[in-house]
Design a protein around this ligand. Structure first.
Ligand code: HDE
Length: 716
């Protein structure tokens, strides 16, 4: 397939040129065997007589079945469900004072990227709207080599030390006896573990907030999480944390929508990303850096090496240095999205790790996992993984070796091969690990500076708006309501009470339980038989910042407009052509996606007698798949809508989910037949009679959460 698809010209990047060598296109080509033998029958095996047994000789049948039998590879142990796209990273300003990395110095460069988003817990076929962390992994194909920034959409992680990762994942994955539940944290083993592991509470409260259910992969932030290092030409290092901020704004759905979307369109996020790129509405993220001089390492109330702590933007502001644009869908899901292998150890000169014990463990895990997933030490030769930098060394052979190294020598040093490949110095561009002075005892323990588990979840909760707080309380209640062991529920309530008393109280009420004053045994269970458990108990909450506005979704909620927003037009034969044109012309001019939802599929006719294509019959779609609803006038049309109860449910649900609704003419009759009629007068996102601009502005706000209290009254 040519790289011209999706409107992106071939040769747009060096990576696309490289991939072009591997792309194949069957258009106008005859079918052949793997060896290029032309084939004249794809439906009958070779038999001994027309009704006789199949012959072993049938190499074509065997090749086809044999290939099929081996089509599957193991799914990723975590982040199995994912979607990806190609794009480009462009630098706004050079930062040689911090790093010598070419990608952060050459302002003219367009570095090709491949970015994969994922959920963590679910299997490859699980629904997109699971309440979960999202992976946000970016592969930069830089001139100096591949740099993988393998992050998440939440700025902190569940655990502080890699040693606990298998425990975390075993607790959240389906329970081993029954293999349920799929793609859900709401079950006993997970809460048994979280309630015993208070370091998990910070990440966990983010997941319980609306961050756990994004509206779109295009509308979430990304974070490198760990503290990394940047090193400049003089060898001076700064600590750095990476942030991706979506130009589309940060938006989430409500839990009720998430549950329904998972049924109505389990591929909602994957489809949304694909459709936006396909329509030329390329998603963008700005890259922000939090830079900390090495001498400031111990200036904070928390440890920079602790991946369960964020650095509030109020304490270290972001320096925005560049932008990533995703502008091309993959040609083949398996070849690209499934086979892409991200490794935190893929990095380039000018960048380095820190001693974060979680990051250190990751440096082992990713190469290891690719070996069982992709099956060979040569996985970096798969087209999507190949570097653009010339690469030569003495590593040889192995399963599926794709290159043909020439020459007699595969060892170093040598004279028979002219001393090649030869070594280079740092000055000539070689990577060298940062020289860090280490002086300490070899010890299997955790630093006491990591023992503060409640201050930051409390800061997060304090920083939320009222509606975010309410959603978070509902999420805790839902999740704990799925647990069947009262002692697990109570221990968890105790942990929540350490974050915020009122929050715990609210959750306890929903569960019909009391918040315990204490729980049996230490809340931070001994992780080492020799640990002084009492010493490792969380200290009193610190309040080093009253509030951090940047932690609320609302901080980056403002969208540039309503491009790609899905607008349902509820209409039937006879709808008013003038209303419709005035409204939909405006919406289309703003690049929103206008979709007619009619009583049936096919076409419907407007008041002027023109046919209009229907996107979906009302019985084949759901309100939750749209961002806003418009009902044009026209008595005949509205009368037809009123005859189908599903339209009332559609409108009620849109209202309940705080979406913008606009009606023209007789369209108001449908509103009056729903619960919206009772509440619409004071609502700032329900528009009666021709207010296209106001409607557009309300859609750009994403939701009218001021409506939340009355929306709760709507039984939809
Ligand atoms: Fe991962 N993680 N992880 N992780 N992770 C994997 O690697 C692991 C962690 C993240 O789209 C695996 O290729 C350990 C933090 C993303 O292909 C595996 C630890 C962060 C992806 C693995 C962590 C991440 C992975 C599974 C604790 C955010 C998907 C398949 C020490 C900063 C990448 C694979 C993609 C994938 C191990 C913790 C993000 C098993 C041991 C922290 C986005 O190697």
């Amino acid at each position: 397939m040519s790289a011209k698809d999706n409107g992106v010209p071939s040769g747009q990047s060096a990576k696309q040129d490289q991939l072009d060598q591997f792309r194949s296109d069957a258009t106008d080509q005859p079918m052949t065997t793997n060896m290029g033998l032309k084939v004249n029958d794809a439906g009958n095996s070779l038999k001994a007589g027309i009704r006789g047994g199949t012959l072993l000789e049938d190499f074509w049948l065997r090749e086809k079945i044999n290939h099929f039998d081996h089509e599957r590879i193991p799914e990723r142990i975590v982040h199995a469900r994912g979607s990806a796209a190609h794009g480009v990273f462009e630098l706004y300003e050079a930062i040689p004072q911090f790093t010598k990395a070419g990608i952060f110095n050459d302002v003219g460069r367009k570095t090709p990227v491949f970015t994969r988003f994922s959920t963590v817990a679910g299997s490859k076929g699980s629904p997109d709207l699971a309440r979960d962390v999202r992976g946000f992994a970016v592969k930069f194909y830089t001139e100096e080599g591949v740099w993988d920034l393998v992050g998440n959409d939440i700025p902190v992680f569940f655990i502080q030390d890699a040693m606990k990762f298998p425990d975390l994942i075993h607790s959240v994955k389906p329970e081993p006896d029954r293999e349920i539940p799929q793609a859900q944290s709401a079950h006993d083993t997970f809460y048994d573990w979280v309630s015993l592991t208070p370091e998990a509470l910070h990440n966990h409260i983010w997941v319980m907030s609306d961050r756990g259910i994004p509206r779109s992969l295009r509308m979430m932030q990304g974070f490198g999480i760990h503290t990394f290092r940047m090193i400049n030409d003089e060898g001076v290092a700064h600590f750095v944390r990476f942030h991706w901020n979506p130009v589309q704004g940060t938006h989430s759905v409500t839990w009720d929508e998430a549950v329904k979307i998972n049924g109505a369109d389990p591929d909602f996020h994957r489809r949304d990303l694909w459709d936006a790129i396909d329509a030329g509405q390329f998603p963008e993220w700005e890259l922000g850096l939090q830079i900390i001089p090495e001498e400031d390492e111990h200036k904070f109330d928390f440890d920079l090496l602790d991946a369960t702590k964020l650095i509030p933007e109020e304490m270290v502001p972001l320096q925005v240095v560049g932008k990533m644009t995703l502008n091309r869908n993959p040609d083949n899901f398996f070849a690209e999205t499934e086979q892409v292998a991200f490794l935190p150890t893929h990095l380039v000169p000018g960048l380095d790790f820190s001693n974060d014990p979680l990051l250190q463990g990751r440096l082992f895990s990713y190469r290891d996992t690719q070996l069982s997933r992709l099956g060979s030490v040569n996985f970096e030769q798969i087209p999507i993984n190949r570097t653009l930098a010339p690469n030569h060394n003495d590593q040889r052979d192995g399963h599926m070796q794709m290159s043909v190294p020439k020459g007699k020598t595969a060892y170093f040093p040598n004279t028979l091969g002219g001393g090649c490949p030869f070594l280079t110095s740092q000055k000539e561009g070689a990577f060298e690990s940062y020289t860090e002075r280490i002086d300490g005892n070899k010890i299997r323990a955790r630093s006491e500076s990591f023992v503060d588990y409640y201050s930051q979840p409390a800061l997060f909760y304090r920083s939320l708006t009222d509606w975010e707080k309410a959603h978070t309380a509902d999420a805790y209640t839902f999740e704990l309501g799925k647990c069947t062991y009262p002692h697990v529920q109570k221990r968890m309530l105790y942990q929540i009470s350490q974050i915020d008393e009122a929050l715990a109280q609210q959750v306890a009420e929903g569960l019909g339980l009391e918040v315990p004053d204490s729980v049996d045994g230490p809340v931070n269970q001994a992780i080492s038989a020799d640990a002084d458990v009492e010493k490792m108990q969380p200290p009193k909450k610190k309040i080093y910042l009253d509030k951090s506005d940047a932690l609320s979704l609302t901080f980056r909620m403002g969208s540039k407009g309503i491009a790609t927003r899905q607008i349902a037009v509820l209409a039937a034969d006879g709808f008013d052509a003038e209303d419709f044109t005035a409204m939909t012309d405006k919406l289309k001019a703003e690049n929103a996606v206008v979709k007619i939802v009619a009583p049936h599929g096919g076409t419907i006719t407007c008041s002027k007698g023109h046919d209009h294509e229907v996107f979906s019959g009302i019985m084949m779609t759901e309100s939750v798949l749209f961002d806003a609803v418009y009902i044009p006038g026209g008595k005949k049309s509205v009368d037809a809508l009123l005859k189908k109860a599903k339209y009332k449910k559609f409108v009620d649900e849109a209202f309940m989910h705080c979406k913008a609704i606009a009606v023209d003419g007789e369209g108001i009759q449908l509103l009056k037949a729903t619960h919206v009629g009772e509440y619409m007068d004071d609502d700032k996102a329900v528009f009666v009679d021709g207010k296209p601009q106001a409607f557009v502005d309300a859609i750009a706000q994403h939701r009218n959460y001021d409506r939340m209290e009355v929306a709760k009254m709507v039984p939809a």
